[in-house]
Design a protein around this ligand. Structure first.
Ligand SMILES: [Zn+2]
Ligand SMILES: [Zn+2]
Length: 356
């Protein structure tokens, strides 16, 4: 592919991009530093900061004491369970022994008058009474456990109502903080965007464009990475609204640019072939020819437009694309200043001797 730019010019272009990127990088670093050091922003808020602290403290004290009591009652309960099991076992085994003994006694004498039977029966009654006492102790501890559990539930409900009461002020404070952070970022970013827009529209063709381009990249970076993520959401409304507005603005400028381009092309297409040829820079024209586009109307050249094709004129606008050297008759690109075969200045460039 033919490169019409001089080699050093290409190097300067690459170096220009280097300057642009390095400049943008340093500006970004500085901008991030300034944003990070903004006062009073980004203090992380927690829900606990908005709960009534004395009520919360007494609530957790009550909670802890009930928990301690629960542990205590639990161990008492375990001991009472052991006592109950032991007394039940003693009663049952004694009862079994008594039943066996009475079975052997029944065959011999009248059991109702036997003092031994009365003694053993009283013994069994005492054992049963002990078992009932142990049972009652276990039941009392059951009641105590239930009562403690209910107190704990009440305490936890109170804690939940305390945090629920704090939720409103907390979310309002979070919203205010977000809005403040966004406002400060907006105040920093909007001037950057305005300056970038001014540079883009006014300084695009100047020699300081690589620096201006660096500043524009920086402003875009600041917009997309330092401002957009901090947009208050309002449940997504703001983000969509900003997206719609930005798309509308970009679309508006795109349509205007398209219309300007078409108007310019219409003006150019009304000119004569030689007027248009004069207005074209030869390097620009050769670049378009290499992209198989007519330099006059920017439509594709039918048949590809290469040196081997037979197309000499644009079929859309009549621009001469290929001609023959006046000296050696070699077919050549009509925008070459000199014949590539014999070096004679091209007839269509009468001032070619003056140099580029
Ligand atoms: Zn054309
Ligand atoms: Zn020639």
């Amino acid at each position: 592919m033919f490169k019409s730019l001089r080699a050093p010019e290409r190097l300067f272009q690459i170096a220009g991009w280097g300057v642009t990127l390095v400049f943008a990088g340093f500006l970004n670093g500085l901008g991030a530093k300034i944003v990070a050091d903004l006062p009073g922003v980004d203090g992380p808020l927690t829900l606990e900061q908005f709960v009534d602290s004395s009520a919360l403290a007494s609530n957790s004290t009550a909670h802890d004491s009930v928990k301690l009591l629960q542990v205590d009652v639990q161990s008492q309960h375990e001991r009472a369970d052991l006592v109950l099991t032991a007394s039940t076992n003693v009663y049952h085994s004694s009862r079994e022994a008594f039943d066996n003994w009475i079975a052997t006694r029944t065959a011999t004498t009248d059991p109702a008058q036997d003092p031994e039977i009365l003694r053993r029966t009283r013994q069994l009654d005492t054992m049963q009474a002990r078992q009932r006492v142990a049972q009652a102790a276990v039941e009392a501890l059951d009641t105590r456990q239930l009562e403690l559990q209910q107190r704990l539930t009440a305490i936890e409900a109170e804690r939940r109502s305390l945090t629920d009461a704090a939720a409103g002020p907390y979310s309002r404070a979070v919203f205010r903080t977000e809005l403040k952070a966004f406002g400060m970022r907006l105040a920093l970013t909007v001037p950057l965007l305005i300056a970038a827009w001014w540079l883009f529209t006014r300084k695009r063709r100047t020699q300081y464009w690589p620096l201006a381009r660096g500043f524009i990249l920086f402003a875009l970076f600041a917009f997309f990475f330092e401002l957009v993520p901090y947009l208050p959401s309002y449940g997504g409304y703001v983000r969509y609204a900003v997206g719609i507005v930005l798309t509308a603005v970009v679309g508006h400028y795109l349509i205007r640019a398209m219309q300007r381009y078409l108007a310019k092309r219409r003006v150019v297409e009304r000119q004569t072939e030689s007027e248009r040829r004069q207005a074209l820079g030869d390097e620009e024209a050769i670049k378009k020819m290499n992209a198989n586009l007519c330099p006059g109307c920017e439509r594709p050249i039918p048949g590809g437009g290469g040196p081997q094709s037979s197309t000499n004129f644009c079929v859309h606008c009549g621009m001469m694309l290929f001609d023959n050297c006046t000296a050696c008759s070699t077919r050549k690109n009509a925008f070459y200043r000199y014949c590539p075969s014999c070096g004679v200045p091209a007839a269509s460039f009468p001032t070619a001797d003056a140099g580029a």
